[in-house]
Ligand binder design. Sequence first.
Ligand SMILES: C[S@@+](CC[C@H](N)C(=O)[O-])C[C@H]1O[C@@H](n2cnc3c(N)ncnc32)[C@H](O)[C@@H]1O
Length: 230
Amino acid sequence: MAQNRSTAVMARRVEPNNSLDYFPTPPWATRALCEHLKKDHPLHRQVCWEPACGEGWMARPLAEYFAKVHATDVHDYSASWPGQDGVCDFLIDWGHAVFPEPVHWVITNPPFRLAEEFIRMALSVADVGVAVLVRTSFLEGQERFRRLFSQLPPAMVLQFVERVGIFRGRIDQYGSTATAYCWLIWLHADTGGTAFHWLPPCRSDLERQEDYPAQARCPEPMPLFEETAA
Ligand SMILES: C[S@@+](CC[C@H](N)C(=O)[O-])C[C@H]1O[C@@H](n2cnc3c(N)ncnc32)[C@H](O)[C@@H]1O
């Protein structure tokens, strides 16, 4: 039977409660955030914590912009990525992972079913701000509005106009997706409301072949559309 890939079905995906919810982020999507943030923030002098780092797909591009990046996760991924700094549950025992210097930013793609808890914890940890990559459908929902957005409105919503290919357990440069993503940013400095910005097309500028392991690349880029003779 053909897989139903409609947007409605894809957006309703539910992860089991014991799932690590491991969906690595293609590096260009993190560079898009940093390119935006660096206009107003001296990232090169600031410290960032990626508290759900997985195999470092977000932590590595963050390290291109920040003076220091701490990368931890509840699961030990060090066999596949030696850059992981520690194993800790961000929601329970993050105190064990307190770093000597202040953490200015917490930036992550949180496990979807724990995203709200991650945002609250991150705000209590970061001195300057918090950025989380979420499905754009995360903005919907009366309960979430009541619990989170009405009390803690983000300073910015950065909506990708390109699709960000994020897949369970694997990075895939050419995979296609029906799911839209945005960055939500909270700043401790009062910004007076939520600003909305589109992230204009940037993938071709921010993506590098060496971002991907050889097995995640196609020998030839796959055409999105068949060219037809005029
Ligand atoms: C959506 S993946 C994102 C991975 C990485 N941030 C990225 O963007 O490539 C979510 C990650 O959260 C981790 N995780 C799940 N629950 C956690 C918790 N309570 N504390 C810390 N990490 C957690 C999982 O192991 C997984 O690596």
